[in-house]
Design a protein around this ligand. Structure first.
Ligand SMILES: [Zn+2]
Length: 172
């Protein structure tokens, strides 16, 4: 693991603790049990689309399988834990994309966040900028990424999850 990644993980772990959550690394065996318990609902395990990352929404726990260490994915899971007021199944992920970006910048891992996000569907809202409703983050031009980042951060500020100094704020 690179020093940069290690530092990002350390930073995220501190923030998670500060917001009343935990980041736990478990063995592959234990992770398998968690995956089986996955019931996709409030208070239950909800595993990420990326293998090796899970959250227990009610308890604000983020659990990662030993060896998984992508800060970008952890940031996304943090969004579910700290922002989804009605649980991850009723998430409006697009509303907190700017929050993720601000957190990635604070953790100095924007590049790895952007990479792990390459197949993120930017969806219908993106049609404000282009007619391509199936657009994904990884395929956007640099210019369009800049537009989207600006738009999403402004939105995050409007709904009160990012402060005027670009600090991400938890909602629960
Ligand atoms: Zn998600």
């Amino acid at each position: 693991m690179t020093i940069k990644r290690l530092k990002a993980l350390k930073y995220l772990r501190t923030i998670i603790r500060k917001w009343g959550g935990t980041l736990e690394v478990v063995t592959a065996e234990k992770y398998k049990v968690i995956e089986k318990e996955d019931c996709h609902g409030i208070g239950l395990w909800n595993t990420s689309s990326v293998s090796g990352y899970a959250i227990h929404w009610l308890d604000k726990r983020i659990v990662i399988r030993d060896g998984c260490n992508d800060p970008g994915t952890i940031i996304h899971e943090m969004g579910h834990v700290f922002l989804d007021l009605d649980g991850p199944d009723n998430s409006d992920e697009y509303s907190w994309l700017g929050w993720e970006i601000c957190l990635a910048r604070k953790a100095h891992c924007y590049r790895s966040w952007s990479l792990q996000n390459s197949d993120y569907g930017v969806g219908c809202e993106w049609s404000e900028f282009s007619n391509d409703t199936s657009a994904i983050w990884g395929n956007l031009s640099k210019y369009n990424k800049t537009l989207l980042v600006k738009d999403r951060i402004e939105h995050a500020k409007r709904i009160g999850i990012v402060d005027r100094h670009n600090n991400p704020i938890p909602r629960r």
